[in-house]
Design a protein around this ligand. Sequence first.
Ligand SMILES: Nc1nc2c(ncn2[C@@H]2O[C@H](COP(=O)(O)OP(=O)(O)O)[C@@H](O)[C@H]2O)c(=O)[nH]1
Ligand SMILES: [Mg+2]
Length: 373
Amino acid sequence: MRQALCTLILHRAVSMDIILVNGFLGSGKTTGIARASQQLQDAGHRVAVVTNDQGTDLVDTNYLRSLGLETQEVTGACFCCHFAELESRLVDLIESFRPTVLFAESVGSCTDLVATVVKPLLQKYPAMRLSVSVFADASLVLKIFQGQASFLTDHIRYIFQKQLEEADLIFLNKADLLEAEQTAELTDQFKAIYPSKHVHVGSALEDQAIVNWLDRLPELSHLTNREALDIDYDKYAAGEAELGWLNVLVSIEDPEEKAIQAAQEFIAAFRHNLLKHQLQIGHVKCLIDTHQGLIKINFTSSTQNQSSDFPTGISARNVKILVNARVLCPPDQLQDQLMDAMDWVEDEHRVTVSSGPVTAFSPSYPSPTYRLS
Ligand SMILES: Nc1nc2c(ncn2[C@@H]2O[C@H](COP(=O)(O)OP(=O)(O)O)[C@@H](O)[C@H]2O)c(=O)[nH]1
Ligand SMILES: [Mg+2]
């Protein structure tokens, strides 16, 4: 019965576009989806999102929901390893919300989506309109080409490269961080490496770059000749295992009502600790609940929000900070740096800092539900 319902509902999906968005940690996937959703909604579309992560308590989900976007999540593993959950979220959204565009953002350490997600979905629902966009941080790619990307170990570079290899469209993002000549050079190099792919260079923060991206997608959703990656799962797993994951909800209480400033200092101290110990940052996302709204603070190896992004003059006795950190180090080391930042802000600002349960781990060996070559 449930299967029949799924089939019925997903056949309705022929009247909508499903856009799988992949790309390394911090490359700008959520930013691109948020901006694109805004444009699509302004044009009358009904937009839904499925987020994904190896952990639970996701900043991306809470952030996208705070923007008013219909959002569901697949947690605890990548889409490939939790295929049934992905399918179930798609069905639920299509049934309950009837989106005309649906974004699915996969966790940034994941690859092999064509074999493990796209082909299984299309085999089951041949009329489904599906495309794969892969974001890459252009400033990081430039460093890789110049041999300076110390952040990427061989195994992580392997994942990075495999993600790009299976894209229908590559969005070389954060072009605002490059000089015009560097952008031109990078575009030429990418087009030479991936002659059959659509390569877009721009910034997800700029409206026109999003327009250009969205314009391309309808034609890509009809592609039928995607090839499954030739991939070594041992290397892929080794790359993921090098990364530490940490999710925690931190609370700060300040009788003098300067808890927002203390939260800012705590996040800065955490970043400082990571840099001091030369731990390479994949993506650290923090969502501060001030009771008067949410403030999102991110930092990656190339970008960080400026402290000027914080609203000034708002007083708060207590705030909660949801932290999702993905860093190139063992998870216990990541946890030590977080605890140290909590202790520091407690002493320095005379505030009370506490946390809920800390989830710290490295992703386990990927084991896809299906793999169709
Ligand atoms: N300078 C700049 N920063 C960007 C751009 N796109 C995203 N970011 C920043 O990069 C960080 C990671 O973005 P996010 O979309 O969360 O990455 P995700 O992990 O791929 O979903 C955030 O701090 C964004 O504000 C861009 O085009 N230019
Ligand atoms: Mg994201």
